[in-house]
Design a protein around this ligand. Structure first.
Ligand code: NAD
Length: 479
């Protein structure tokens, strides 16, 4: 490996304020759980317990839903401009506390501080700013359609972008006049609880936002509860199917943001150095815990050797380790469970006959780590090319013609995202039409913006978050 001799540049955690124990944020206050149970949230880089977090049971879920229903009576009657003021306030407070949010996100989830600081937290604030701006303009967004709030939204999010996913869910719901009960994932509850403190400090009327913690059973209770008019779920396709059934049974409006297995396609006329950066960013960003990760790479045969050589060289330079170090590129795998899943797929890949490449890197003794990995000699039918691994693992295949790569790229149950690298605008347009994916990036990857809708096809779910489309998911219309 090329030795960059970078000195450690650790971010400090001395400025953050965390409680030892967190209760449930219901009706504007932190309340002890009826269950009387708490569970630990663990730093995946050190295996230390950071805090104890309440586990909400069926009665706690019921209290949160009732608080949200009561709050909806007044929140939905406030003018859009008034609602917008509160949402702006949340956005500004996230910005003010951005360093604290970034550090907590990294401690709780294992992602590099550079990413929490430069991507997760600024984007979360941007979502609140963006939807604050829509709150008094709903009639212009949907002219002649008389948009109205739905009521209570039950929102369940995963662990890969905890604060950002909370922002994606809460901001449009509030802008449209709904109230919410949100549950973060059990391994990363802390930034959502910090957000609850911000919401309290912002003076939001009690019950408009309720944040409850717990694992899958808490989520299932939320979906089965009669009060919510809307279920918004981001997570695995497997759990998404259960949420779908609950929505059907309860006649609730639904959005599902599920898994993915994106194709990242490199043509021989692409700017190869830029494409290599895009491949690295596409799969190793956030340890590959990204629903839209470019986990299947398709390289045109004529440039395969060049791309592979440059890719391996670039992988050798990636710094894996302490997520709190500002130089770190790849942090800790979010949980022991997830590490086991990834390791299982590494074994499957080898057994399927694919060839593995991992740079040699010194990994810390404690914590959950997986070096950046790629597989070559991958067949279309291999499980590592078909199933979502949700880790830093890339499966590489080649192609000769545009028709061949379209067929291969679409040969997946998922349809969330894709990337195209080429010098030719005509190819980009041909592919964006032909690829069955909610988002197609051209000559870039993993670019997110609150104004741009995001969502999937097929087993990646339905409904859109972000942009004007994200409002529609939280409204009903008279037409
Ligand atoms: P998961 O489905 O296991 O959990 C997601 C959330 O659902 C957690 O809060 C969990 O506690 C809750 N949950 C678990 N069982 C439940 C049940 N029976 N009923 C209701 N809620 C339940 O997913 P995960 O492992 O936390 O996240 C990874 C998955 O999320 C990946 O598949 C990834 O692709 C997907 N994801 C999708 C998007 C998107 O926008 N499409 C974004 C981020 C993550």
């Amino acid at each position: 490996m090329e030795d960059w001799n970078l000195s450690p540049a650790p971010e400090s955690a001395s400025h953050i304020q965390l409680k030892k124990q967190y209760d449930l944020f219901i009706n504007g206050t932190f309340q002890k759980p009826n269950s009387k149970k708490y569970f630990a949230t663990i730093n995946p880089a050190t295996e230390e317990i950071i805090a104890e977090v309440a586990e909400a049971n069926v009665k706690d879920v019921d209290s949160a839903m009732k608080a949200a229903a009561e709050a909806h009576k007044t929140w939905s009657k406030l003018s859009g401009a008034e609602r917008g003021k509160y949402i702006y306030r949340i956005a500004r407070m996230i910005q003010e506390k951005s360093r604290e949010f970034a550090v907590i996100e990294t401690l709780d989830g294992g992602k590099p501080i550079r990413e929490s600081r430069d991507i997760d937290v600024p984007l979360a604030a941007a979502h609140f700013f963006y939807y604050a701006g829509w709150a008094d303009k709903l009639d212009y967004a949907f002219p002649m359609r008389k948009p109205q709030s739905l009521g209570v939204a039950a929102q369940i999010i995963p662990w890969n972008f905890p604060l950002l996913m909370a922002a994606w869910k809460i901001a449009p719901a509030l802008a449209c006049g709904n109230t919410v009960v949100l549950k973060p994932a059990e391994t990363t509850p802390l930034t959502a609880l910090k957000l609850a403190e911000v919401i309290q400090e912002a003076g939001l009327p009690a019950g408009v936002v309720n944040i409850i913690t717990g694992a899958g059973s808490t989520g299932a209770e939320m979906c089965a509860h009669p009060i919510p008019n809307k279920l918004a779920f981001t997570g695995s396709t497997e759990v998404g199917k259960l949420v779908y059934k609950a929505a059907l049974n309860g006649n609730k409006k639904l959005t599902l943001e599920l898994g993915g297995k994106a194709a990242n396609i490199v043509f021989d006329d692409a700017a190869i150095e830029a494409a290599v950066e895009g491949i690295i960013n596409g799969i190793y960003f956030n340890q590959g815990h990204v629903c839209c990760a470019g986990s299947r790479l398709f390289v045109q045969e004529t440039v395969y050797d060049e791309v592979l050589a440059k890719l391996k060289k670039r992988m050798d330079m990636l710094i894996v380790g302490d997520p709190m170090d500002k130089n770190t590129d790849i942090g800790a795998i979010n949980s022991k469970n997830q590490l086991q899943t990834i390791e299982r797929y590494l074994k499957i890949g080898k057994e399927e006959g694919a060839e593995i490449y991992q740079p040699t890197c010194k990994l810390p003794k404690k914590g959950n780590w997986c070096p950046p990995t790629l597989f070559t000699n991958v067949a279309q039918s291999n499980r590592i090319a078909q199933e979502e691994i949700f880790g830093p693992v890339l499966a590489i295949q080649t192609f000769r013609t545009i028709e061949e790569v379209i067929d291969k790229a679409n040969n997946t149950p998922y349809g969330l995202s894709a990337g195209v690298w080429t010098d030719k605008g005509s190819k980009i347009f041909q592919l964006t039409k032909a690829l069955k994916a909610g988002v197609v990036w051209a000559n870039t990857y993993n670019k997110f913006d609150p104004t741009s809708p995001f969502g999937g096809y097929k087993e990646s779910g339905f409904g859109r978050e972000g942009g004007i489309h994200g409002l529609e998911a939280y409204l009903k219309f008279e037409d």
